[in-house]
Design a protein around this ligand. Structure first.
Ligand code: ARG
Length: 485
């Protein structure tokens, strides 16, 4: 085969640009460890670190363009270091393989993406809690089967999503633990004969532990699958919320007015205001699920050991993160600027006899009726009322219809039981929609959010500390020629 065609098919330099800085950090830590273990000398370490600094600054300024004929970022960086440091540069790859190196880079970049995603999800949770706190008494219809079911509050709706996103965050936090383990030192597949110190690189790179079994290390991409699973579930939460906003902003619902900046018009129909951004959050979900299917398929038939197929994992992985992170941002901003229409929400809650359950419950608790017979009587009465075109506040008609079923209730009694506000107030069971319960849940969710924020800060700090520990050691060597760790 023509060498040019071979390179075109196999090179990964474009995808690798994303992990360039992680590749430098990984190489710094590896070289520091080699010197600490006396596998290379301090002078060789100094020459390597100088080369890595050069690679970093030239990449930043655009001078260092990754050469496709060198296949990937790892070979490019090594070549640049070797050009300046000759013999020392050639020692950088001692006790390391690209098989563990690419995992180091990917995992370090991935952990940053997970943390950014968690941060975006927390921002969205905060917007939703804000909506909840402002709308504890805002009545709206709750749906089952997309049919009016029971009145709820807008706060209760917003809190449902805060709670779901909380689980999405928890999944990412848990996945992070399995992502943030150190592959470096596994080498090609079976470890090495050099006296490496894998705990030292773990510390310098901010990993939480050593991923030990070298064969498992180089064979593993389940952390990519798991990350994409978490993203798929999170994106499905966003997609469902987006679908509700699309429906609710339609003329038929009229529950919410999205800010103009999140909508577009039609090129032919001058009156149109389309909720394009919500539609695209829903539409982009396919990319995230697609990325998950992609890596599951890549992984399925591979025997243990590194297989070049793995190279295909990165583009879909980063693309999925960019879709989810931008969707989180759009949803948070769109919801923050949305105007919920209280009047329309309250009016809609009056439709569809959604007080029927409350009425049946009242017959049980106040008229000592067994639930099933109360249910049957209310069902017959309500069916008649709906056929006759009566509304939920047609209290006289309701009184009469119930009387026909042998149930005696006054108009005042009916009004008390059937008014959406009365119903809302009555749903006080734990996790119910009553304003008192919605308030309590909002306080709990606020506590959950601050716990999420504290954990995020701690993890970010752990990474920053490791980074400055590495940078300090590098600066020490470059300044004094001596290794200080
Ligand atoms: N570019 C490769 C990847 O992304 C790096 C590892 C290559 N290893 C090898 N033995 N060819 O997976």
């Amino acid at each position: 085969m023509d060498r040019k065609d071979f390179i075109k098919f196999t090179a990964s330099v474009d995808a690798d640009k994303i992990i360039f800085y992680e590749d430098i950090w990984g190489s710094q830590a590896h070289a520091l460890m080699l010197a600490k273990q006396k596998i290379i000398s301090d002078a060789e370490l100094g020459a390597i670190l100088k080369g890595l600094e050069k690679a970093k600054s030239e990449f930043k300024s655009g001078k260092f363009v990754l050469d496709e004929s060198l296949e990937d970022v790892h070979m490019n960086v090594e070549a640049l270091v070797t050009k300046g440091a000759k013999d020392a540069g050639q020692r950088l790859h001692t006790a390391r393989s690209r098989n563990d190196q690419v995992l180091v880079d990917t995992k370090m970049h991935l952990r940053g993406e997970i943390l950014k995603t968690i941060e975006g999800a927390i921002t969205l949770q905060k917007v939703l809690v804000g909506i909840a706190n402002a709308n504890l008494d805002t009545i709206m219809p709750g749906f089952t089967h997309t049919q009016h079911a029971q009145p709820i509050s807008l706060a209760f709706w917003a809190e449902a999503y805060v709670s779901a996103i909380g689980r999405d965050i928890e999944r990412l936090q848990d996945c992070y633990k399995r992502v943030n383990t150190n592959p470096l030192g596994a080498c090609a597949m079976s470890g090495t004969s050099f006296p490496t110190d894998r705990k030292l690189t773990t510390e310098l790179l901010g990993f939480d532990s050593v991923h030990e079994n070298a064969l498992d290390v180089v064979s593993s991409r389940d952390f990519v699958i798991e990350s994409l699973s978490c993203l798929s579930i999170l994106q499905s939460t966003l997609s469902r919320m987006a679908e509700e906003l699309v429906l609710w902003s339609s003329w038929e619902f009229g529950f919410v007015e999205l800010d103009d900046s999140y909508c577009s018009g039609s090129s032919i129909m001058p009156q149109k205001k389309n909720s394009d951004l919500a539609e695209l959050v829903r539409g982009k979900t396919g990319h995230v699920y697609g990325a998950l299917m992609n890596i599951l398929t890549v992984n399925k038939g591979l025997v243990l050991g590194y297989n070049r197929d793995f190279q295909e994992d990165k583009l879909p992985l980063w693309f999925a993160f960019s879709v989810v992170e931008s969707s989180l941002d759009v949803m948070a901003k769109m919801l923050k600027s949305a105007k919920f229409k209280e009047k329309q929400l309250a009016e809609a809650a009056m439709e569809g006899f959604s007080g029927a359950t409350a009425l049946a419950n009242y017959l049980v608790s106040e008229k000592n009726m067994p639930f099933r017979s109360a249910y049957d009587k209310v069902k017959v009465a309500v069916e008649g009322l709906i056929t006759a075109g009566a509304m939920v506040d047609d209290y006289n008609a309701i009184t009469k219809a119930l009387k026909k079923e042998g149930v005696e209730m006054s108009v005042v009694e009916i009004e008390k039981v059937m008014s959406p506000r009365g119903i809302l107030e009555s749903q006080k069971s734990m996790g119910g929609t009553a304003p008192s319960e919605a308030k309590r849940m909002s306080l709990e969710l606020t506590k959950l959010i601050s716990r999420e924020e504290i954990l995020l800060k701690l993890i970010n700090k752990r990474i920053e500390d490791a980074k400055s520990q590495t940078e300090k050691a590098v600066a020490g060597v470059l300044k004094t020629g001596k290794l200080t760790i």
